[in-house]
Design a protein around this ligand. Structure first.
Ligand code: MN
Length: 407
């Protein structure tokens, strides 16, 4: 079991890791060539090798898909996803507030982050839960070890099945991460395969989060090397940046090794945590979120928003806006699942929010006045920069000025 750690442990400082990530992105971007335009560019239009399509668009696609709902046994959830800067939308998700017939007080939520295509992610969003339930390990009388085994066997089962389909139906070469939570009346099961992530906020704190499966993690690296591969540029054989995933069958062809001992393993890590009345909410999201914001920061942001906004879909949308303002270049998907213990809207917090709006409005007027007095062009970026440099008390945590919309 892994519990939340503080950032002060002896690791590479997070700003350095961030710097490495940003540099990596810029290098990728540079070598992949110019950006593409969403409408005018055509995928199949590349005649020679040099015309490798850029994975990024000229402008981000900012439309969001959202959904929301609840269950009779007392959770509310919402989901939002957005294509963003990527040339393709390869994320998929599953939201089952009532998991299945015969499981009226169980729920299941998952995010699948596809790469190199979307076939595997979409197949998983439609079928992974069925594969898990078909193992028979998940039963209403809930034997924890059987449930965990059923989840694991469901992952291995769907991956074998897709391997055959991929060969027979010549699928794309795609793969997908999976991050999911299964909620029973007694427990929360955290399920992770890849670098999407989920956390639980209890009593205002992140008390549990799943560990990302990266090729440079010692345990992952060992498996990769034992299967005859290497880890270079933090990637498997210099190409794949995630060490566990469904699909990616090009990385699963080492005949003499078991299914879970391949270069890429479809085996999920599954942890259970007993539920308590202090449980507030769960977040399930792809790395498009985690590239931009950390667990604690996002936890504080969601708690803050829950106290001023009773529309959970809107809160998911605000998380996405925050991530893209903070520089996320990826597809973004986020699910928030609220228990009874989640913070509620309070009149004090709402009043505080209204006062904040007012202060910002006044500041904007001041800035516009200054710009006009200098006879300069009105420029939104300049206004934003000016606001960001001002000391405005009471902004949402972790968000600074980025999370505020100005009309
Ligand atoms: Mn991603």
């Amino acid at each position: 079991m892994r519990t939340a750690r503080r950032a002060s442990t002896m690791e590479v400082p997070s700003f350095l890791r961030q710097l490495v990530r940003e540099t990596e992105k810029m290098v990728t971007f540079f070598f992949k060539g110019g950006r593409r335009h969403p409408e005018t560019d055509d995928d199949d239009d590349f005649e020679n090798e040099e015309d490798i399509p850029s994975p990024y668009l000229h402008r981000p696609v900012l439309e969001k898909d959202t959904e929301e709902g609840g269950s009779k046994w007392g959770i509310n959830y919402a989901m939002a996803s957005m294509q963003g800067w990527r040339a393709q939308m390869e994320d998929a998700h599953t939201c089952m507030p009532e998991m299945a017939d015969g499981f009226p007080d169980w729920s299941y939520f998952a995010v699948y982050d596809g790469h190199a295509g979307r076939t595997v992610a979409q197949y998983c969003s439609g079928n992974l839960l069925d594969f898990i339930l078909d193992t028979g390990g998940v039963t209403v009388d809930e034997d924890v070890e059987h449930v965990k085994e059923g989840i694991r066997d469901g992952f291995l089962g769907i991956d074998r099945h897709m391997h055959t389909l991929a060969r027979n139906e010549s699928w794309d070469r795609s793969g997908s991460t999976a991050a999911a939570v299964m909620i029973s009346p007694r427990n929360i099961y955290f399920i992770n395969c890849g670098d999407s992530r989920t956390f639980l906020c209890r009593n205002g704190q992140v008390v549990f989060y799943t560990e990302d499966h990266k090729p440079f993690n010692p345990r992952e690296k060992e498996r990769i090397q034992n299967a005859g591969g290497s880890v270079t540029l933090q990637r498997i054989n210099g190409s794949l940046a995630v060490s566990r995933a469904l699909g990616d069958f090009d990385f699963k062809e080492v005949e003499w090794r078991a299914q879970t001992e391949q270069l890429v393993s479809p085996e999920p890590e599954v942890y259970e945590l007993e539920r308590t009345p202090e449980d507030e909410f769960l977040v399930v999201a792809c790395d498009g979120v985690w590239d931009a914001i950390g667990n604690e920061e996002l936890c504080a942001f969601v708690r803050n928003r829950l106290q001023v906004c009773d529309d959970l879909r809107d809160i998911c949308a605000q998380v996405i806006d925050l991530c893209i303002y903070k520089g996320s270049l990826d597809n973004i998907s986020v699910i928030i699942i609220c228990f009874d213990g989640a913070p509620k809207v309070t009149p004090e917090a709402q009043q505080h929010e209204a006062e904040l709006e007012k202060i910002i409005e006044q500041k904007v007027e001041e800035i516009i006045h200054i710009i006009r007095a200098k006879d300069q062009e009105l420029d939104l970026l300049y206004v934003m920069k000016f606001l960001a440099s001002e000391n405005i008390p009471g902004l949402p945590p972790g968000a600074a000025f980025h999370a505020r919309k100005i009309a």
